[in-house]
Design a protein around this ligand. Structure first.
Ligand code: FES
Ligand SMILES: [Fe+2]
Length: 350
């Protein structure tokens, strides 16, 4: 179901304060975690389960760089080892809680859910965070009750912009006529295309004269388990009919998105979108942010409805169409990793 040797996004760094109540409970790839900041601001991620009687440590309290279970008072250091058991002087060897490697990058908190020795920060996707001075980005979050495979398949095929987002990001069927090139990468796909001669999106159409048309240059990098990095630039209509547009750049935008499966039926979706400071205009990033929030609720409604139908009849046949190429390649990469992990577990002696 889930690739374990992978970095999963646990949220934005702003979600985890140094404050007394700064305990974040997260469900990631079927496991319950608690995250908190040590006094030096480093993030600790631990299994959200006390080793005594399984109480959630997220109901506990922070004490220096440690966390105390508030059921019977056992205290655990940032390495997960128990350092104190009230009323008992000897601490059993086994009294410890699993901890997970953590990296903060691009204003995201990443947690490695697999073998700690394999936690390579180079595997974290290259994004642009809201702290980057060259960009004016806004952040958002939505929970989507679907299996993460449907969520990443949705992102790997943006032809749905024409239909799901007809009232927000879309507004013409130009997105249905794109011919994306999906190149396989080590852990995902790299997709480029140009949406030519398209009107402004529905959410901004009123800002332009009737009949205004643009070329939109799209570059998407997706990596499994679930990252979607989008560079999306708007240009005056150019004369090129193949390859990238040669129209003048009007607006440069960037979006970093991470889908974290909570379990088989639900995902946490963290996203940003905004403009480069060089092409930003007053109020534009706020408008884009509103449209993006609305659009992701449109995706949520469609994906949750789809998943409900899939669960009603898991064996119902489905028909493939041309737009399935991106999702097909991405899920192939995911399945390859899942199989490799399953094989590695099989060959580890018991
Ligand atoms: S359950 Fe945590 S100390 Fe008992
Ligand atoms: Fe969408």
């Amino acid at each position: 179901m889930f690739v374990k040797n992978a970095w999963y996004c646990a949220g934005w760094d702003k979600d985890l304060s140094l404050g007394r109540d700064g305990l974040l409970a997260r469900r990631i790839a079927g496991e319950s975690l608690v995250l908190y900041r040590r006094p030096d601001a480093a993030v600790v991620a631990m299994e959200d389960r006390c080793c005594h009687r399984h109480a959630p440590l997220s109901l506990g309290r922070k004490e220096g760089d440690s966390i105390r279970c508030m059921y019977h008072g056992m205290k655990f250091g940032p390495d997960g080892r128990c350092t104190e058991i009230p009323g008992m002087s000897r601490i059993p060897e086994k009294a410890c809680v699993r901890t997970y490697p953590v990296v903060e990058r691009d204003n995201w908190i990443w947690v490695w859910m697999g073998e700690p020795a394999k936690a390579d920060p180079a595997l974290i996707c290259e994004a642009i965070g809201p702290g980057d001075p060259a960009w004016n980005l806004r952040l958002g979050y939505v929970r989507v009750d679907t299996n993460y495979r449907q969520e990443i398949a949705n992102l790997a095929d943006l032809s749905h912009v024409a239909w799901v987002h007809s009232q927000t990001l879309g507004g013409s069927d130009a997105w249905s006529n794109i011919k994306p090139r999906h190149e396989l990468t080590e852990r995902g796909i790299d997709t480029r295309y140009c949406v030519r001669r398209t009107p402004p999106p529905s959410f901004a159409r009123h800002l332009f004269p009737e009949g205004a048309l643009f070329d939109i240059q799209v570059h998407v990098r997706m990596s499994v388990p679930c990252n979607f990095i989008l560079h999306f630039s708007v240009h005056e209509v150019g004369s090129a009919t193949e390859g990238p547009t040669n129209g003048r750049l009007v607006l440069d935008t960037f979006s970093s998105q991470a889908v974290t499966p909570r379990d088989a039926h639900s995902c946490d979706y963290y996203y940003s979108w905004g403009c480069s400071r060089a092409t930003d205009m007053p109020g534009l990033t706020d408008l884009m942010h509103e449209a993006n929030n609305d659009a992701f609720l449109e995706d949520k409604a469609m994906l949750e409805g789809q998943y409900q139908r899939m669960r009603e009849r898991p064996d119902a046949p489905s028909v493939d169409i041309v737009h399935d190429a991106g999702p097909g390649k991405l899920l192939w990469v995911l399945d390859r990793l899942l199989k490799a992990e399953a094989r590695a577990i099989e060959i580890v002696p018991a």
